[in-house]
Write a protein that binds this ligand. Structure first.
Ligand code: PXG
Length: 449
């Protein structure tokens, strides 16, 4: 055990009171502080916990660490950059690693994507993308296009714009109207006809036609953009029905509405292609990304745009910023170093191809849970899967949360949302580890009341 790990182990001494200062994000603080679960080290497919146990990480951190944890080339790149260039003013100044990182992103993005603006998170990427969409219409003399359309069960981070276009009532009701003029498409989840689909479900393309209804209701001249996750991640792994994204693209194009794919989870290989846009063969105008961009090692996000979007801004006086937007830490040297090393590692090890190749094994394994008590649906694509449990009457979410806790005790980290268990392993996952995870889940789910 190294000194850092040892120091962390001292934290087991922490009691609820001494943990009070840290208001933990998206966490049941009171429950957690009664029985803390601390991660103190990571390597490859595993975490080490504060009580010295190894836990198999089947969620890649939080859909981030696609190459596995603490990979040597990424660690080295961050260390070297920290020892060379700590901070570089991003406004009217630059540093080399930012330009290489951007070029690498564009090289793996869909062919129509030509430029990327860096942010520090998925939430910042989403709000940046929404602002770019609004500004783009103004640049073209269509300033009446201010309406943003999201989708029920969409998750687009927690900033004002992303919360507003998000489709999770629990995330919005505490904050009021947030952004004016937002509307939502219906969710693509159709369990009655699509339960236990493997890959893209057969039914539901028609749900894209709801956009036509919104256009008829609000008029296209008021609508700036539609934002959807190609695969809804945090609301429980909703794979797009066959033909759905194509139809959404077609309707957006017909009405001059920008299509934004939020690929914060699907970006960088999760579906077996670099981006879900490529996986499903549908090209948006803007892609948001984060997480896998640095393998989760340093906070970083990006907004990737088509040539058309960027070019519309490249006018006016040349000494002025074309877009009054950006963050102090946009393209931070540490993040860019991490991104460069990460994207090179993905390519060197052929990790997206590996995710694609491992997907059928993963699919068979997760679908073997069909028939296990409580399991009412299983859905998957690439290396992402959702296993839905029947909610316990009167206590939605309780059953899956108990499964999460029991798995953790047995050395397996999964993610739950409502009564859905999500799996999104690093792409280095071995067949035996998939089998181990599924066997543990099978036993734990069956034993859960
Ligand atoms: N868009 C999507 C599609 C996301 O999944 C964000 C935006 C926001 O990214 P940041 O980096 O600001 O968190 C996300 C984040 C979960 C879970 O339980 C998923 C996310 C965040 C927290 C929990 O699946 N995704």
């Amino acid at each position: 055990m190294n000194a850092a790990t040892e120091a962390h182990h001292l934290q087991i001494m922490l009691d609820g009171e001494s943990m009070a200062a840290h208001w933990m994000p998206f966490t049941a603080n009171r429950q957690f502080k009664q029985a803390p679960r601390l991660l103190v080290a990571s390597e490859g497919m595993y975490y080490t916990t504060h009580d010295g146990r190894r836990v198999l990480d089947m969620i890649a951190g939080l859909w981030c660490c696609n190459a596995g944890h603490r990979r040597e080339p990424i660690v080295r790149a961050i260390q070297e950059m920290a020892a060379t260039l700590d901070m570089a003013t991003p406004f009217n100044m630059g540093h080399p690693a930012a330009f290489t990182a951007a070029a690498r992103v564009i090289a793996m993005a869909p062919a129509n994507m030509k430029h990327v603006m860096f942010t520090n998170s998925g939430s910042e990427s989403v709000d940046t993308a929404l602002k770019i969409a609004l500004a783009w219409h103004r640049q073209r003399g269509q300033g009446s296009r201010t309406r943003l359309i999201g989708r029920v069960r969409g998750y687009h981070g927690v900033n004002l714009g992303g919360t507003a276009v998000g489709g999770i009532v629990g995330n919005r009701k505490l904050f009021g109207a947030l952004v004016a003029g937002v509307d939502h498409l219906p969710s693509t989840h159709l369990p009655e006809v699509n339960a236990f689909s493997r890959g893209q479900p057969a039914h539901g393309a028609y749900l894209a036609d709801e956009l036509e209804r919104l256009v008829a209701l609000h008029d296209a001249s008021t609508i700036a953009a539609v934002i959807v996750e190609p695969v809804a991640g945090s609301t429980g792994v909703l794979i797009p029905p066959k033909g759905y994204l194509e139809r959404l693209r077609e309707i957006c194009t017909r009405h001059g509405i920008l299509l934004i794919f939020d690929e914060v989870i699907t970006g960088f290989g999760r579906t077996g292609a670099a981006f879900a846009a490529q996986r499903y063969g549908v090209m948006p105008d803007i892609i948001t990304c984060a997480k896998g961009l640095t393998n989760g090692s340093v906070p970083m996000g990006g907004v990737i745009v088509s040539g058309d979007i960027y070019e519309a801004f490249m006018q006016g006086p040349e000494h002025l910023p074309e877009l009054p937007h950006g963050y102090t830490y946009s393209a931070h040297p540490l993040a860019c170093a991490a991104a460069n090393a990460t994207l090179k590692l993905y390519a060197d090890e052929g990790l997206f191809a590996r995710a694609h190749a491992m997907a059928p094994t993963f699919e068979d394994a997760v679908h073997s849970l069909r028939g296990t008590r409580h399991v009412i649906d299983i859905r998957n694509d690439g290396l992402v899967a959702g296993i839905e449990l029947e909610p316990r009457p009167g206590a939605p979410g309780a059953r899956a949360f108990e499964v999460f806790l029991a798995c953790y005790q047995r050395g397996l980290l999964v993610r739950t949302t409502g009564d859905i268990i999500a799996l999104s392993p690093p792409f280095i996952v071995e067949e035996a580890q998939i089998a181990q995870a599924v066997d543990t889940l099978r036993e734990v789910i069956a034993q859960t009341a």
